[in-house]
Design a protein around this ligand. Structure first.
Ligand SMILES: C[S@@+](CC[C@H](N)C(=O)[O-])C[C@H]1O[C@@H](n2cnc3c(N)ncnc32)[C@H](O)[C@@H]1O
Length: 364
C-alpha cells in the first residue's frame, strides 16, 4: 500500500496538459477495446484520465520507479483488469506492446510519454533529486539498481564531470564547478549531500550569475540526474521502438521538459515525416513515402490557463505523431550509437553500470 504522503502527493499532483493529451490520443482510441501504453506511469494521473474518459480502454503503465508502480497500482485498482503495471524502463516498450497487442502483431493503438521526474520523486526528501531538500546524493529513479550521483561524483574525473554538467545541464560554469568538486574530493572532504552540493555550486559561479535564472544549482542537479539514469540514451532507443509499436492510425504523444529530450523526439518524428525519395522524381515511390504525420504543429506549449493552474507545465513541449504505414514496412530507425556513453571514471570501482538494466516485471 502507498504511504500516506504518497497518496497525498497523488491527490495534489495535476497531470500536465491532461485534456490536450487525451484529445490528441482520442482518434486512435475509438476501436472496441483499444490499448494504450503509458510509458511514464508516475502517479497514474494521465492513465486515470484516459481510463475514465475511454470506457473500454485498457492501459498498460510502465515505470522504472517501484514506488510509482505501487502508488499508481493502488490508485488505479478500481479499474480492475483494464489497468496493469509493468516495472521496467520504457525502452522495453516494444516487448510490452508484443505482450499487450490486441492485433497479434505487436502493435497497440497509442503510446504516451510524459518525460522526466514526477513531483512524488522531487518531493521525496530521501531521493536526492531536489537541491532544496537535504538528502543523500542518490538521484536514481530505481533505487534497486545502478550507480548513485554520489558514486558518480566520487569516481568520475574532472573532464567527465565537466562534460556531464555542460552537456546535460547546459551549464556555462561547468569547468569551475567540476574543478571545485574535485578539489574538495582531493582534500578528503567530498560533497556528501544535496545541500552541500547546492552550496558548492553557488560558491563556484560568479556573483552576478547567482542573481539570474533561478537557483544556480538547478542545472547541475538536472545534469547529474540525466547522467545517473542514462536518460537520453534510454529515450533515444525508446522513441523509435514506441513508433514501431503503434498500428497504422495509432498515435504517439510525448511531453518533454527540457531541450535535450525534446530534440530526440523532434528528430525521430522528423525522420518519419520526411519522404526518402530522391529529389526530382516526378512521383514518390510507396517505399519512400513518409511513415508518420505530425499531429502537432511543432511543439505545443502550455497556455495561460494551464500555467496558472499547474506551474510544472511551464517548460513542457508537447509533440504528437500518427503512423501512416506499418512498422513492418517502414520501421523507425534506432540511433546508430548510444546517445550517452555514460560517465568516465578516475579510478575503477568494480561497478558495472551497463549490466543492471531494470527488467523485473509486475503483472496483474
Ligand atoms: C513526469 S512523471 C509522469 C507523471 C504521470 N504522467 C502522472 O500523471 O502521474 C515521469 C515518470 O516517468 C518515470 N520514468 C522516467 N524515466 C523512465 C524510464 N526510462 N523508463 C520508465 N519510467 C521512467 C519516472 O520514474 C516518473 O515516475
Amino acid at each position: 500500500m502507498p504511504r500516506r504522503h504518497e497518496s497525498d502527493a497523488a491527490q495534489r499532483h495535476t497531470p500536465v496538459l491532461l485534456q490536450r493529451c487525451l484529445d490528441l490520443l482520442a482518434p486512435a482510441l475509438e476501436s472496441d477495446h483499444p490499448v494504450l501504453i503509458d510509458c511514464t506511469l508516475g502517479m497514474g494521473g494521465h492513465s486515470e484520465g484516459a481510463l475514465t474518459r475511454f470506457e473500454t480502454l485498457t492501459v498498460i503503465g510502465i515505470d522504472r520507479d517501484p514506488e510509482a508502480i505501487a502508488l499508481a497500482s493502488a490508485r488505479l485498482a478500481p479499474f480492475g483488469d483494464r489497468f496493469r503495471a509493468v516495472h521496467t524502463t520504457y525502452d522495453h516498450v516494444d516487448e510490452v506492446a508484443r505482450d499487450a497487442s490486441p492485433y497479434g502483431d505487436g502493435t497497440v493503438d497509442a503510446i504516451l510519454m510524459d518525460l522526466g521526474v514526477s513531483s512524488l520523486q522531487l518531493d521525496d526528501a530521501g531521493r536526492g533529486f531536489s537541491y532544496s531538500r537535504p538528502a543523500p546524493l542518490d538521484m536514481r529513479m530505481d533505487q534497486s539498481v545502478g550507480t548513485t550521483a554520489q558514486q558518480l561524483l566520487d569516481t568520475a574525473d574532472e573532464r567527465e564531470i565537466t562534460r556531464i554538467l555542460r552537456t546535460y545541464g547546459e551549464e556555462r560554469f561547468a569547468p569551475r564547478i567540476a574543478a571545485a568538486l574535485v578539489r574538495r574530493r582531493e582534500a578528503g572532504r567530498p560533497v556528501r549531500e544535496t545541500a552541500d552540493l547546492a552550496e558548492l555550486v553557488r560558491e563556484s559561479v560568479p556573483a552576478a550569475a547567482r542573481r539570474t535564472g533561478g537557483h544556480p544549482a538547478k542545472r547541475t542537479f538536472q545534469a547529474l540526474r540525466i547522467a545517473v539514469n542514462a536518460e537520453l540514451e534510454v529515450l533515444g532507443r525508446a522513441v523509435p521502438r514506441a513508433l514501431n509499436s503503434i498500428r497504422v492510425g495509432g498515435r504517439l504523444v510525448v511531453e518533454s521538459y527540457q531541450s535535450l529530450e525534446d530534440r530526440i523526439v523532434k528528430q525521430a518524428i522528423a525522420v518519419g515525416t520526411t519522404t526518402r525519395a530522391p529529389e526530382g522524381l516526378p512521383f514518390v515511390p510507396d517505399d519512400a513515402a513518409p511513415y508518420l504525420a505530425a499531429v502537432t504543429h511543432g511543439a505545443e506549449k502550455a497556455d495561460d490557463d494551464e500555467l496558472a493552474s499547474n506551474p510544472r507545465s511551464a517548460p513542457v513541449r508537447l509533440r504528437a505523431a500518427i503512423r501512416l504505414r506499418p512498422a513492418a514496412d517502414a520501421p523507425a530507425p534506432e540511433p546508430e550509437r548510444a546517445a550517452d556513453p555514460g560517465p568516465r571514471r578516475s579510478r575503477p570501482t568494480g561497478t558495472d553500470r551497463t549490466s543492471k538494466t531494470t527488467r523485473g516485471r509486475r503483472k496483474r
